[in-house]
Design a binder for this molecule. Structure first.
Ligand code: SF4
Length: 218
């Protein structure tokens, strides 16, 4: 059996879930028709909308995983998102009347995706919200990005798991360029300092927030 093209999750019955992110989860009606046709073609009985705004094909047979990915690539091309970890963006700049003027959290999400791909920092969830209300739940993500009238804010170390925690504000009033430079350093920091499958909140607890700040802030 050839290796799978992309990450999949195996289920208890031996089938796999294939989670696909198309334009960060903001899709057209025709996109949904294509997804439904591919589900039928590959004999998938259940589709799930995930918390990361992906559509997950839930019961894909081993033999169908790579053909399904090939069909998805052909249908959606570079609209497919492949962040390392997860990047969740709120409706913000495309749809929401509360979005901070002049901020584009959707374009920012794709830029953060490229930074994530350039590092090997393990499981990092990012919430990118276009106003302080935080509908992408940035404060309980490993990395939280929020737009304010003065610029972008970054929080680190949020977690919604068994031992939940709220992310700490690391920097605020940042330009987009400054935020992206900082995020590059933050991914590098966790690449260098995380152990095993440790989440960011545990790394920060182990090494201390000042250790992180000294490494990523000038
Ligand atoms: S975080 Fe703000 S901009 Fe984003 S969806 Fe919520 S209210 Fe709208």
């Amino acid at each position: 059996m050839e290796p799978f093209k992309y990450h999949v999750t195996q289920h208890k019955d031996g089938t796999y879930s294939v989670g696909v992110s198309i334009d960060q989860g903001y899709m057209t009606p025709d996109d949904f028709l294509v997804l439904a046709q591919l589900a039928k073609k590959h004999q998938v009985s259940t589709l799930m909308a995930t918390t990361a705004k992906k559509i997950s094909f839930m019961d894909v047979t081993e033999q169908a995983v790579n053909p399904l990915w090939e069909d998805l690539e052909q249908a959606f091309g570079n609209r497919l998102c492949f962040p390392k970890g997860k990047i969740i963006v709120c409706p913000g700049s495309r749809f929401c009347k509360f979005a901070t003027p002049g901020k584009d959290n959707h374009a920012l999400g794709r830029k953060i995706e490229r930074i994530s791909q350039a590092h090997d920092a393990g499981k990092i969830k990012v919430g990118v919200s276009c106003c302080p209300l935080g509908c992408a739940m940035p404060r309980v993500r490993d990395l939280g990005v929020l737009a304010t009238a003065k610029g972008w804010m970054l929080t680190i170390g949020g977690n919604g798991g068994a031992k939940p925690g709220v992310g700490q504000v690391i920097a605020q009033d940042l330009s987009e360029e400054a935020l992206l430079e900082l995020l590059d350093k933050v991914y590098q920091y966790f690449q260098d300092n995380k152990t095993g499958k440790e989440r960011t909140i545990r790394t920060v607890e182990r090494l201390g927030i000042e250790h992180l700040k000294a490494a990523v802030l000038n």
